[in-house]
Design a protein around this ligand. Structure first.
Ligand code: MLT
Ligand code: MN
Length: 312
């Protein structure tokens, strides 16, 4: 068995975003029927429903743990316990790493990320609150399938295969002087094939992706489940909503709609269950009954929500 718990289905800022008065944020804030609050991007995965690995650590991790009893300490282990064994990071974005600070308090954990993302964390002294006596930082090598292990090296029965996807260096690391795409390198944005040891159930977790490549399409073909970057409905959404100046492309995200958008390109890829995740608060698919939501659903897409459970 492979169980996936969506801790945060929103993109950076969540929904409603604290300073946003655009349509969706307002609707969610006023509890309009068909809307729900979304915290920032993260999932938890388990093979036994007792031990969980986080995938990304969002700034909302504290409340995400409160909101999911699966992640509460088990009193039979005494005064200190957590079912969380560690976390795997798919990039260095604030919405994916800031929650590491919530995981301080000297508890044994393993943090997996590419060398590039590990080096970024290392350069930021604040992450030293993760006491190295307790917290192991481990490098992920691209295209190498590994079994995740606890801090004490115990095998977990949960496997990951990381691979690079088109993307962008984290916003806070952009540097115009260091070349194309603000100095983005291969290891900045990864996708993961996540699988279980026993029955080899698997799915793909791709919360950020700037473009569908032939390689990526080939990889995910025949997959029972893909959780995919759902950031924006249209590329200029932030501009037409008058809340920003950046396009989705500029931020490293492909859009849901359009002739080369996610919904269109997945039409030719055989994937059983397609679920949008990391959805920005400007995206109209967040409102049940909207034309865009209907279009997505009629095209075979689901819109993830906080607390959604998926079982393989
Ligand atoms: C993104 O997904 O583009 C980033 O999380 C944006 C951000 O850092 O706010
Ligand atoms: Mn993000």
């Amino acid at each position: 068995m492979l169980k996936v718990l969506v801790l945060g289905s929103g993109a950076g800022g969540g929904s409603p975003q604290w300073n946003c008065n655009a349509e969706v944020s307002r609707a969610v804030r006023s509890r309009q029927p068909g809307t729900s609050r979304r915290t920032q991007s993260s999932i938890a995965v388990s093979v036994d429903e007792r031990n969980w690995f986080l995938f990304n650590a969002s700034p909302d991790l504290g409340s995400q743990i409160q909101d999911h009893k699966q992640l509460h300490p088990d009193p039979s282990y005494g005064l200190r316990h957590s079912p969380i064994l560690g976390t795997v990071l798919t990039n260095g974005d604030v919405d994916h790493v800031a929650g590491l600070l919530t995981l301080r308090e000297s508890y044994p954990l393993a943090i997996y990320a590419t060398k590039r993302v590990q080096s970024v964390l290392k350069q930021n002294a604040i992450f030293n609150v993760l006491n190295p006596k307790f917290v192991d930082r481990r490098d992920l090598l691209l295209n190498k399938k590994i079994e995740l292990r606890t801090k004490n090296k115990k095998p977990t029965g949960l496997f990951v295969e990381p691979f690079s996807v088109p993307g962008k260096v984290a916003l806070w690391l952009e540097d115009k002087k260091v070349g194309k795409n603000f100095g983005t390198v291969e290891e900045d944005t990864i996708a993961l094939k996540i699988s279980s040891k026993d029955k080899e159930e698997f799915f793909y977790y791709i919360p950020a992706c700037a473009n569908m490549t032939t390689d990526l399409a080939k990889k995910i073909k025949g997959s029972p489940l893909v959780l995919f970057d759902g950031t924006l409905w249209r590329d200029d959404e932030m501009i037409v909503s008058k809340v920003g100046v950046k396009t989705g492309k500029r931020m490293g995200h492909m859009s849901n709609s359009g002739s080369r958008g996610t919904i269109a390109v997945f039409k030719d890829i055989d994937v059983k269950r397609k679920v949008f995740i990391h959805i920005n608060t400007t995206n109209p698919i967040l409102v049940k009954g909207s034309e865009e939501r209907k279009f997505a659903e009629n095209s075979g897409w689901e819109v993830s929500y906080d607390g959604m459970e998926l079982v393989l």
